[in-house]
Design a protein around this ligand. Sequence first.
Ligand code: FAD
Length: 481
Amino acid sequence: MKWKRVIVWFRNDLRLHDHEALVRAIEHGLEVIPVYVLDNRQFGETSFGFPKTGPYRTKFLLESLTQLRSRLKSVGSDLIVRKGLPEEIIPEIANQYGAGGVYAHKEVTEEELKVEKALEKALFKSGIDVELVWGSTLYHLADLPMPVRSLPEIFTHFRKEVEKFAPVRSTFPTPESIPTPYIENPGHIPSVEDMGMSLVEIDTRAVLDFKGGEIEALERLQTYFWEEDRLREYKETRNGLLGQGYSSKFSPWLALGCISPRHIYKEVKRYEKMRKKNSSTYWLIFELIWRDYFRFVAKRYGNLLFLEGGIKGEYGNWQVDWARFEQWKDGMTGIPFIDANMRELKETGFMSNRGRQNVASFLVKDLRVDWRMGAEWFESTLLDYDVCSNWGNWNYVAGIGNDPRENRYFNVISQAKRYDAQGDYVRHWLPELESLPNGYVHEPYEMYPSELKSYGVSLGGNYPHPIINQAKSARTYARKN
Ligand code: FAD
């Protein structure tokens, strides 16, 4: 059946390429009304009281919406933007325009599922159908070689199964025209200030000047794969810490769906044909499978992902300790590698994967702070926050997730020495250490007060004492290993 009009409700899929909900809507409606709702709840507070969406990600989202609207306009359509609750706003728009159906991509976690249910309920009264399609992963849910309830506990088992038995579906074509009725009041896309936040200038030391939007995402791929030819050595560089080129930096665009993982896959395959096929080209796909895995884990385990005991239901030796947490979040722990990473996050909204593993492990295993404080801080500050990847990775690092290794511990001092051998990264974010020789640059501050003085280093902050024991144990551990 073809309805006169249908709504496409954009969520974390802010693109026109490979957009199944949009393609289906075009097939099922004579006219399509694209809508985005800035959900008030996403701009509230987390349970520990942090802003749920901080200013970096808000800015990136608003840029992505601006670009989506101009992309839609270029194919004869528009984007209605409203602020409020989707389950209230979408039925109003549906009634106003006489829409017979709503198409959208499906989400998997609690808050998003509640909105889906509330919308379905609100529309049911008016006899309007909601069609939700799966669209955020590389492997389609329906193609998994196992039911989600039997998802392997270990990533490697999952990866081997999907690589062997599941296809990666082709991408959906980008629509060349979208018939849309005249939209009288498409709505103003607010500024960061309109959203009640102060505008943030991203630090010039950031790895990349991230700008939201589909075109920006596709350009980033063009630069990373084709112009700079970085895919060729991704596996060797991906543990880097400084600069735009060590890894793809696709994550903020993937999180909002400005780029689809299947499009990235298609481009990797094209690269392999035209330039080079090697372990690096494979490794980028490998990482996208990690991303898929955490989404399916979230689907399988539901709210366990957010509970203290995580998906294993086990409890560690941690507590809600605000003093230690504040030191960590402000980059004032006295461990240079941790502080540099946390300051990068605070000043830019981004941190490398190597950095994330270390700071998360340090918070939970050394400072013994409740891991959910860290996960919520990441949720608040990360430019690329993705509910499944974030909470799945925190479960993993806290030892209550899908890590097959018992008691994995990151020795942050030896990690720092290995991945930042010359101390360039630490000096980049902690300029107060500029004059310190390499031999000291990764040592906990408390260990060498007289050397600090003799090299004229002034820390300029009130570095704490309570964590000295952790610092000492980390150092002793580093020596032993
Ligand atoms: P690349 O190395 O270029 O990888 C390509 C893509 O693969 C990434 O964009 C990402 O989509 C995916 N990917 C790579 N590593 C992982 C991983 N470990 N888990 C899931 N997907 C992965 N990633 C997010 O996208 N959002 C988050 O909220 C998030 N929170 C994290 C929290 C912790 C504690 C940790 C340890 C990791 C987290 N990650 C998260 C995963 C990873 O750190 C980032 O995806 C990666 O650093 C982004 O940089 P990139 O795009 O250059 O990655």
